[in-house]
Design a protein. Sequence first.
Length: 164
Amino acid sequence: MQENTCPLFSKELEKHMVEVSNGQRPNIGNFCTYCFHPFQQINELNEINCEHCNTTIHDSDFINMVPEPIFKMLKETRKIERHYVISFAFFGIFLSLLSGFLMVLNISFLYKNEIFGTIILFTYLLISGRLLANYFGGFLGDQMGYNKARQKLNERWQEWTKIN
Ligand SMILES: [Zn+2]
């Protein structure tokens, strides 16, 4: 596995890209030559250090738009993260269903009292479904998806730096 050296995406860059993707602003501005961190205004100095990746940029070298492949990297990253969160949340719901039915089948009092058993089962499913989906999707899936997505992004970044 390669070392994670990818400087994408600064918060400001991500905000810019999301707004461009939503058609809320054009893809123009002043961007860092290395990490595409956006600069709101350029001061009168001839060079400036990127506050995100610390690259020194001469003010004539700023990049004026974020290239399309960088947009693809962001989309791919978000897609991987979403995929993990959703899959893990479904796994949580599946566990809730499985444990709920096993509980009713194994406690003969619940099994024999149809109405009471049903009420208990539904209450259990409502609560545990939510908790387990949250835990597996929102916590485990979120973390694993983030790591997986960063790894993929880093690979894409290495390819990008080779050709640029
Ligand atoms: Zn930078």
